[in-house]
Design a protein around this ligand. Structure first.
Ligand SMILES: Cc1cc2nc3c(=O)[nH]c(=O)nc-3n(C[C@H](O)[C@H](O)[C@H](O)COP(=O)(O)OP(=O)(O)OC[C@H]3O[C@@H](n4cnc5c(N)ncnc54)[C@H](O)[C@@H]3O)c2cc1C
Length: 376
């Protein structure tokens, strides 16, 4: 029996589990370690923030997928990894040996320390922590006296930052029409959505303008102060609520592993997704650094799934893994909080209600695929 251990219940591993459920691999014992039996699916986060679907409809049931694949599921956080010793250490101190391993634990971000007098913080990664923080924010907002004014500052000009700000703003305004919500977006880059073309960028900027969001680029936020976001240069920006959506970084516990990480803490992999210098260990999705840098987007984690499944099978059989050719460009559908979305594909961009409905269809199909029967 070969011990195949998957660490993390990310999108790529969901596809691996589906593939192993459809075609079990003889002679392989499959184990999945994930911190939660339900994994967040970010595509539906804006719809959930906007009250358009339930939290459960944004989650993939990893434990159920394991049952279908005949895999053992361990609901634990991985705390250490050694390719040389061929073991994963869990947060409860137990160790799990493997012959072949794969890591798909996503990414986190450098969060500013929040003190009592600092504004209220909603950090966008890891996504698993978002529901409880969002619920607590809604309760705070519900308790505010009528007529109050709240300033929301969003840090990070990527697609996730723009999209979540627009969803949060729309939902809070709908929830408390008797309050005034002002909003400001700070981005360290010289432009919003640096990975998108000019047209989709302009469409997202227009949506932010229409929602009354002040946009400031070339401004690096570095922390939280007394009811404000502090900047690397210049006066602090007053804030009551802060959305923190800066660039992704790798999980801290990977730094103590014997895997080769890049400067942002992501596991360096070759084109086959095998970790550099660690034969039989694979990594995919946000936690991996592919030889040609890929955007940290769920769609790449998804597209890698069937390929990773195949390479894990091949490695279990003693065959060499094969290279993956990621798509050169992918479709992004960015919700704008008003029942519309911006569709972005390379240099092309368009926006409308149809784009939001399209996004809903794609994301709904994705959730249904892994959770049959969840949606009514
Ligand atoms: C607000 C927001 C909106 C986004 N919207 C989009 C979008 O519309 N389209 C798009 O393509 N991308 C989007 N993204 C990016 C997308 O979320 C990520 O690229 C994607 O989730 C990465 O998938 P993954 O499989 O690598 O990891 P994840 O989806 O992050 O999954 C990692 C899993 O591993 C588990 N895990 C983490 N640490 C451990 C540990 N130590 N031990 C055990 N288990 C662990 C986690 O609980 C999680 O289930 C968005 C991101 C954010 C923050």
């Amino acid at each position: 029996m070969k011990e195949l251990v998957l660490t993390g219940g990310g999108h790529t591993h969901a596809f691996v589990l589906e593939a192993f459920a459809q075609r079990p691999e003889p002679g392989v014992r499959l184990t999945v370690i994930s911190e939660s039996s339900l994994a967040a699916y970010s595509g539906r986060v804006p719809a959930w923030l906007g009250g358009e679907c339930t939290l459960r409809e944004t989650q993939i049931d990893i434990a159920a997928l394991c049952r279908r694949a005949g895999a053992r599921f361990i609901e634990q956080r991985a705390a250490a990894f050694s390719a040389a010793k061929r073991e994963v250490t869990l947060e409860n101190g137990k160790q799990l040996g493997f012959d072949i391993a794969s890591i798909n634990v996503g990414a986190t971000l450098d969060k500013p320390a929040a003190e009592a007098s600092a504004p209220w913080l909603l950090a966008m990664r890891p996504l698993a922590a978002l529901p409880s923080r969002w619920q607590a924010l809604c309760e705070r907002v519900d308790a505010l006296p009528s007529g109050s004014r709240q300033k929301i500052v969003s840090v990070g000009g990527g697609a996730a930052g723009c999209e979540t700000l627009l969803s949060v703003l729309a939902e809070l305004r709908a929830r408390r029409p008797d309050l005034v919500f002002d909003a400001e977006l700070l981005s360290a880059g010289n432009t919003l959505l640096p990975e998108a073309g000019r047209l989709p960028r302009a469409l997202v900027a227009r949506a932010l303008n229409n929602a009354g969001v002040m946009q400031r680029t070339g401004v690096r936020a570095n922390g939280l102060g007394e009811r404000a976001v502090t900047l690397a240069e210049g006066a602090p920006v007053p804030a009551d609520i802060v959305l923190w959506a800066t660039g992704a970084v790798g999980h801290g516990w990977l730094e103590d592993s014997d895997l080769t990480l890049n400067e942002r803490g992501f596991i360096e992999v070759g084109k086959s997704l095998e970790a550099r210098g660690a034969p039989g260990v694979f990594a995919a999705g946000d936690c991996a650094a592919f030889p040609t840098a890929l955007p940290k987007a769920g769609v790449y984690a998804v597209r890698a799934g069937p390929h990773l499944a195949e390479n894990l099978r091949r490695t279990c059989r003693g065959e060499p893994p094969v290279e993956w050719q990621p798509p050169r460009r992918v479709l992004a559908l960015i919700g704008t909080g008003n029942g519309r979305a911006v569709a972005s594909y390379g240099l092309l961009g368009a926006s409308g209600h149809w784009a939001w409905r399209w996004k809903e269809r794609i994301d709904g199909r994705f959730i249904d695929r892994f959770n049959p029967g969840i949606r009514g």
